[in-house]
Design a protein around this ligand. Sequence first.
Ligand code: NDP
Length: 294
Amino acid sequence: MAKAAVTVIGLGEMGRALADALVTAGHPTTVWNRSAAKADDLVARGAVRAATVEEAVLAGPLVLVCLLDDDIARATLRPAADALRGRTLVNLTNGTPAQAREAESWAADHGAAYLDGGIMAIPSTIATPEAFVLYSGRKADFAAHRETLEVLGAARYLGADTGMAPLYDLALLSAMDMMFEGFFHSVALATSHGDGDAAGFTELLVPWLTSMLRLLPTLAADVDSDADADAEPVFAQGLDVVLAGARNMARASRDAGVRADHFERSAAALEEQLAEGLTTYTAPGVVRRLRTSG
Ligand code: NDP
């Protein structure tokens, strides 16, 4: 059966990987990018280079957009707004839930269906079993294009509220970002003096973090049962123990000439909680505080 035609607007690192996957899977693929030369390799492999965004949009029923940010995506699509009528726009540009909802309403004003997407992959893992992409928007629109979208990576549908894919995308990215921050801090501390190097230290860090990751489902279940007054969190530590650890991490960082601000803030927050009479550190307690601290 003939594969569906797809348009890809934006041929940065990610857009090129998406278009490449579609060409490889045999989809007639039309591409557009501000710097037209970035399409050269794709055109050599069978993609069609559109001269304008409008021409690109008119080439097929499914238009994927992967640009630097929401403002650029909107400005790029604006001149082709009328051409979008009757098509499905899938915005894979990283953005916020509010931006996704605004874009959906803009697309609806121009007669287009809209799905928002969050790519949980890097360009080299697109179209591999490691990649998954979050989608939200009208279920029928997702179902109509699911087969094509699965080419990019496993397609995970999160519901009709268009804001869900960017919400989960940014939540997943926030965990990744803090993990990398933690990694960089630990490397700065571990290599601050002595003979150790980052590679040797990382051989200890990876099994340690892997073992800690196994705790997450337990913490998540504790958070989910927070509304149940009778539920006791499975994971609980004394606040004083957690505070002593935070103070030691702050002190050791300062002694080593490494920035200690994260642990100083943690210690100050824990001191505040102890002063309020709290004694236990639990996952629901931490999440509740984050939700209310603005
Ligand atoms: P790149 O910087 O490689 O590409 C940026 C794209 O935006 C290019 O197509 C560029 O065009 C275009 N662009 C930038 N400024 C303008 C402008 N003023 N007018 C028109 N076009 C413009 O970024 P990526 O491809 O890596 O990222 C694209 C999106 O994908 C982002 O939202 C990113 O968060 C998301 N993403 C990226 C991942 C990654 O690992 N790279 C992972 C997951 C999501 P030109 O080529 O002409 O400069």
